[in-house]
Design a protein around this ligand. Sequence first.
Ligand code: SF4
Ligand code: FES
Length: 368
Amino acid sequence: MNLPPPPPPLGLLAELTHRCPLRCPYCSNPVELSRASAELDAETWGRVFREAAALGVLQLHLSGGEPAARRDLPEIVAHAARAGLYSNLITSGVLLDTARLKALAAAGLDHVQLSVQDAEEGSADRIGGLRGGHVRKLAFAEAVQAADLPLTLNAVVHRQNLDRLPALIDLALHLGAGRLEVAHVQYYGWALRNRDALLPSRAQLEAATETVTAAREALRGRLVIDYVVPDYYARRPKACMGGWGRSFIAVSPAGRALPCHAAESLPGFDFPNVRDASLAEIWAHSEAFQRYRGTSWMPEPCRACDHRERDWGGCRCQAFALTGDAANTDPACALSPHHHLLDLAVRDAAIAGADFTYREMPRIPSEA
Ligand code: SF4
Ligand code: FES
């Protein structure tokens, strides 16, 4: 199958490493992690960034794992700046002190996105599985402010912290963030194992939606708040990744090019590697990027649905996680024959406890 060439992607997610000092129970990295020895070197990332810029990519997200686990991060940032990409560092902040941040700013870093696990220290450290982590994040945020870099705060929310959303908004203001992403956990990969302990109740969700609505009004011009109703309470799915192979490329630490950061969890794919092919070739011609691109692959009820070019059938990873077939309509859609699975999950979570299983991550050796 060869579809007409797609418009260029807007964003590249460079997953520099899977190593991370945190152990969040909702980690979105694949269950099978890349080893440090398999990671692309800085020179190869530089070549990938130049190819991305030539392809039309504007924004580069440097992510992980924890990207600061790489000692050569300033070199990688410098490659991004030379390629003319706007670079956003997605970090937990716990491995970066003022000196390292200055080196990144000097290398041309444009933006920082800092994750927090909660607004309350004890809970934040428990959720992230790292004692002292929250205090280190706050110190890092101050360093970002001092370096005059724009800051987005990313708060992954779930049953165990959603009641502190007002405090998270206050924290974003206190840290000088211009944007707060209130991101509900996506339940595939590792997070699916912990769904019962993390899924919020409908009452929590309604309170959170009211909080966001009021805060957006009160803080207009000071803080932008991104917020999407989570799939388990939605009637229609989100256009995951803006549609498969439509606006986004992720590259794993070992160089596999993916239409979505979680796609390695899908069976039956042979994802191309940036060591063997250019991004342009991968984007236009690889079978993996074409498989769910557009609408021709869609089953009913998507095939005849008016929403098909708005949500592109939802999320392939969620369809696989919940139905065993990535080509099914996302069960988040109320028209999906599998939609009842989400109602059952909400019911099970309502009677479950708060215990979760931490993500076990590879150790960070001396290069951290
Ligand atoms: Fe979207 Fe498919 Fe549901 Fe229509 S049937 S709203 S295209 S997921
Ligand atoms: Fe993979 Fe949605 S997370 S397609």
